[in-house]
Ligand binder design. Sequence first.
Ligand SMILES: Cc1cc2nc3c(=O)[nH]c(=O)nc-3n(C[C@H](O)[C@H](O)[C@H](O)COP(=O)(O)OP(=O)(O)OC[C@H]3O[C@@H](n4cnc5c(N)ncnc54)[C@H](O)[C@@H]3O)c2cc1C
Length: 450
Amino acid sequence: MRDAILIIGGGIAGINCALNAARYGTKVYLVDDTASIGGMMARLDKTFPTNDCSICIEAPQMYDTDNQENIEILTHTEVRKVKAKNGGFDIRLVKRPKYVDEEKCTGCGACVEACPVSIPDEMDGKIGGKRKLISMAFPQAVPNMVSLDPACRSGEMQDAGACIGGCAVDCSQCRECPIALCVKACEKEGKNAVTLWQSAKNVKLEVKSIVVATGIDAARPAGDLLGYDLYDNVITGMQFERLMNAGGPTAGEIIRPSDGRHARRIAWVQCAGRGLAPGKGVPYCSKICCMIATKQVIITKEHDAAVETTVFYNDLKAYGKNFWGFYQKAVDAGVRYIRGRPYEVQENPETRNLVVRYENLETGKIETHEVDLLVLSTGIVPNERNAKLAKVLGIELDHLGYFKEKDPLTAPLETSVPGIYLCGGATGPIDIAESVVQACAAGMKAVLRP
Ligand SMILES: Cc1cc2nc3c(=O)[nH]c(=O)nc-3n(C[C@H](O)[C@H](O)[C@H](O)COP(=O)(O)OP(=O)(O)OC[C@H]3O[C@@H](n4cnc5c(N)ncnc54)[C@H](O)[C@@H]3O)c2cc1C
């Protein structure tokens, strides 16, 4: 299989890289360490600059990837060892158990319904998002199946009300569970797909090239940045994205975490935390946040034109094709853009409204602005698993933690190791269109490598 290629990361970049390479006739292994391919785009509501529904665009590509005979998808899988050999690479992967049989699970959801414990969802916790201990990553997940939280199986969730745990026999030794409600619900459906005794599997591959497409993350606010830790109604841009998403925890209702009331006055703070001491904020411009906020204000206005929307910004980045027109659309919809630097937020304990104190950069004066909900655009950061992967691959990260290119001008998708290429958010903050362009180019480099 020396003609095969390995793509690490199944976001929109990895998916496009895989589809292009596979249509060219190449065998592709597409690896993601989460339960589904899709990446960040699967969590978004709509996408700038067209405001098309994000998952409606990505899901058909995810299904094509799943149905492409040249592509093998390996989810819940980590790259553990890479060794250069005979002009290609020997790879060792570890497929972590989902405790659910991939062949048997149809994603019917009976086990999810039966599970008695809901815990805060990692991404949507502050805005009320919850998930069960056995759950599907999102409704359109590929593969369309559930996975079980390992903490449940080990008994750690017993105090939270989990049915598993405290058993004298370790799950790995026992193939018939009389306790777990998810197991019983699955048996009732006649599928017997929940397999608590599953263990990790080693997978070995031989490939001629590797594409790293491990993507980006949304920065979490450091400390009590502008009241984030103190006040329920201060949220991040990522959380707002989930709030306005029909598939999100509030079914698309733009409501306040503190009391569930519809927010009538909302402000966005661009570059929130930027320029603070190292480790307290993102020190660089993330390039896409101005357009993310502009998308969010336009959609907010589409939900309800009467909602007052304000964007505090330093310097507007509308660098891409149709981006300036997109910004104009927001202005025409009545969005107020203020060149100002918010530095303090205080909550009115009775109304839970927030008073933002800011320096007006046009007049130099200190002013205040009261809102129901405050959204912090905290920037984009590298994926935190990059450092571990860079070590395994023997390639470098740059000083910010993104993968380092061989030459930023003439070889921006190559690395210091011949045969290992980069695309999408693995290279730095990036939008979807640019990720797709890079993915196609990196895929072709990987395929055409002699
Ligand atoms: C709040 C927000 C809103 C946005 N809105 C827009 C928008 O409207 N329009 C737009 O153009 N862009 C938008 N973006 C940017 C967009 O999300 C990115 O351009 C896009 O997700 C980049 O795709 P990617 O495939 O490179 O990375 P990702 O989508 O991050 O996917 C990376 C994948 O790699 C996997 N992975 C990571 N590390 C490993 C590893 N070590 N091993 C195996 N797998 C791994 C991850 O699980 C993930 O599935 C937004 C971003 C944010 C944060």
